[in-house]
Write a protein that binds this ligand. Structure first.
Ligand code: FAD
Length: 405
């Protein structure tokens, strides 16, 4: 039995445990995780860790000793199969573990291809350390890599592989990369960058199946009959939230488990936070959504913990995110969903610029490429939903904080 039991030892789970102890909570805390490692940062899996620039120790969220010192029991290598909200226990690996409060922080599993050949040995996802270790162990023998999906993970993997001298084909089914998360200007900029680095980046690409030889993907076959020879396939087409046991226990949810402003699910004393939690986000006009970012995982964990400790502080944090590709550092603040106008600051050709997203004349988000000042100063405008002078906004020589109303 644990006073607070955390399921999922990732970003949100780690932050929940840290926040409990930081607040002086003295009850028992357990954290169950199905991976073998203590909580580690996931973003480097498609960046510095994949590139060999950071060792695994350097991406641990806290050193292994931290959890012991803070009396957080790590129950690793165990998967929660079911939750009994009436009996107040979970079943993990055949053992029943009771709880006072439960925080569900299970993230998501990579969505995989469903076509023929999708299960071949050298078809990889990028979600866990094990996924990346498996790819890294094979890379020496690999020359041609096909990446399926032009989201951040696919693009970051392409940048790392290009650096390693691999021949990369990137297939995006929609008519532009990053279509789900960014406006067209940013998509076109990144498409051009990847092509300039030698990536064979194709949009509107219709894959048919994977040709498998001796258990391994040998080629990707396209709907138009083209055969793209490959030594490895990397799939980055999003995640499916890991909510099965909670939904089976009766929690309300669909694409994720529904939570209120305190991250409470519909089940008593069960909270959900991070990638798996569907919430109304003020920065998307109150739309119900899951936000897949470290910011959201950390801030929702703090909200749930505050509520457990008796403080009603509704979740209202400004979304932010980053992506590193080549020498480009993208930083985003706010959520651009539903924008009806964009203003460009700076010159994409100079590889330092920002795109300001507006809705009904109000600033809702910024995408800043090698433009840290805009990112830092734009935050306040997103927070207040500022209505700014458009001509000044588009003039990069005027610092964002000085742009008038
Ligand atoms: P996770 O960190 O995924 O943790 C969930 C944990 O729960 C996992 O260990 C999972 O195995 C475990 N689990 C699942 N089901 C069970 C179960 N039934 N029982 C026990 N354990 C279970 N975000 C950014 O903000 N910036 C970035 O640059 C960025 N880059 C990324 C790059 C990659 C390659 C990936 C994969 C993600 C990236 N993200 C980035 C997203 C970010 O990592 C996630 O939003 C964040 O990890 C979400 O935290 P979480 O705790 O909700 O889920």
């Amino acid at each position: 039995f644990y006073d607070v039991l955390i399921v999922g030892a990732g970003h949100a789970g780690a932050q929940a445990a840290i926040a409990l102890r930081q607040a002086g909570f003295e009850g028992s805390v357990g954290m169950i995780g199905d991976e073998k490692d203590p909580p580690y940062e996931r973003p480097p899996l498609s960046k510095e860790y994949f590139a060999g620039e950071k060792t695994f120790d350097r991406i641990l969220i806290r050193p292994a000793s931290f959890w012991e010192e803070r009396k957080v029991d790590l129950l690793l290598g165990r998967r929660v199969k079911s939750v009994d909200p009436e009996g107040r226990f979970v079943n993990a690996g055949g053992e029943e573990i009771g709880y006072g409060k439960l925080i569900w922080c299970t993230g998501g599993s990579p969505r995989m291809l469903t076509c023929n050949g999708a299960g071949a040995q050298n078809v990889h996802a990028v979600r866990r350390r094990d996924d990346v270790d498996a790819m890294m162990g094979k890379l020496d023998a690999v020359r041609h890599v096909t990446i399926v999906g032009g989201g951040y993970i696919g693009l970051e993997a392409a940048a790392v592989l290009t650096k390693f001298g691999k021949q990369v084909v990137l297939l995006e089914a929609l008519d532009r990369v990053l279509a789900r998360v960014a406006g067209e200007e940013l998509s076109r900029f990144y498409e051009a960058e990847h092509r300039a680095h030698g990536v064979d980046l194709r949009t509107g690409a219709r894959m048919d199946c994977i040709e498998v030889v001796d258990g391994k993907a040998a080629a990707v076959l396209m709907a138009d009959g083209e055969r793209i020879e490959t030594d490895m396939v990397i799939v980055g087409i999003g995640i499916v939230p890991e909510t099965g046991p909670l939904i089976a226990a009766g929690a309300v949810g669909g694409n994720g488990v529904d939570v209120d402003e305190y991250c409470r699910t519909s089940l008593p004393d069960i909270y959900a936070v991070g990638d798996c939690a569907t919430h109304a986000n003020r920065f998307a006009g109150g739309a119900h959504m899951r936000v897949e970012s470290v910011q959201n995982a950390n801030d929702q964990a703090k909200t749930a913990v505050a509520h457990i400790l008796g403080k009603e502080e509704p979740y209202d944090a400004v979304p932010w995110f980053w992506s590193n590709q080549y020498d480009l550092k993208l930083q985003t603040v706010g959520l651009s969903v539903g924008f009806d106008q964009t203003v460009l600051r700076g010159d994409p050709a100079a590889r330092s610029f920002s795109i300001v997203y507006l809705k009904g004349g109000r600033v809702i988000a910024l995408d800043c490429v090698n433009a840290v000042k805009d990112y830092v100063q734009g935050r306040a405008h997103v927070l207040s939903g500022a209505m700014l002078d458009i001509a000044q906004l588009g003039d990069a020589s005027v610092p964002l904080k000085e742009v008038g109303l």
